[in-house]
Design a protein around this ligand. Structure first.
Ligand SMILES: [Zn+2]
Ligand SMILES: [Zn+2]
Ligand SMILES: [Zn+2]
Ligand SMILES: [Zn+2]
Ligand SMILES: [Zn+2]
Length: 149
């Protein structure tokens, strides 16, 4: 009978609310006020979003096309930009650029191409929180509990 009572007492102790409680060394602990007991706080580097602006393209997702230097037009190499060539001594309109001397850059759109660093998204995973958006609370070392000294 006495054994059963001991078991019941142990169960009752286990069911007691966790905080505030007495730690083994007798120090009082309270829920961490900095992280509200979650043990995690919003990442300051990405403001909790888990992503930061790509610094290579300043978050725009596009960079200047290196092929046409952002102009969107490429000088025609057939006629060297003149718009005409000579055939059997006669001046003829360049077939490649149809006399324009340049043509639309095939590698980009209006001088812009997707940023290769962020693959056009303009965002990169936050390296501080590894894209999670939250970091371990430094005040309570992630335990969610603070000791009252
Ligand atoms: Zn281009
Ligand atoms: Zn041409
Ligand atoms: Zn980028
Ligand atoms: Zn972050
Ligand atoms: Zn905390």
């Amino acid at each position: 009978m006495r054994k059963i009572l001991l078991i019941l007492a142990a169960v009752a102790l286990a069911l007691l609310p966790a905080a505030p409680t007495l730690a083994k060394n007798g120090a009082k602990t309270i829920t961490c006020v900095y992280c509200s007991g979650t043990g995690e706080v919003s990442c300051a580097y990405c403001i909790g979003g888990g992503k930061v602006n790509c610094n290579y393209c300043q978050g725009s997702g596009t960079v200047k096309c290196v092929y046409c230097d952002g102009s969107g037009r490429v000088r025609c190499e057939e006629c060297l930009g003149k718009g005409y060539t000579y055939e059997n001594g006669a001046k003829v309109e360049c077939r490649k650029c149809k006399g324009a001397g340049s043509y639309d850059c095939s590698l980009c759109e209006e001088g812009k191409m997707p940023c290769g660093v962020c693959l056009g998204s303009g965002k990169l995973k936050c390296v501080v929180c590894d894209g999670y958006g939250k970091v371990k609370c430094t005040v309570c070392a992630g335990t969610g509990q603070m000791k009252l000294e």
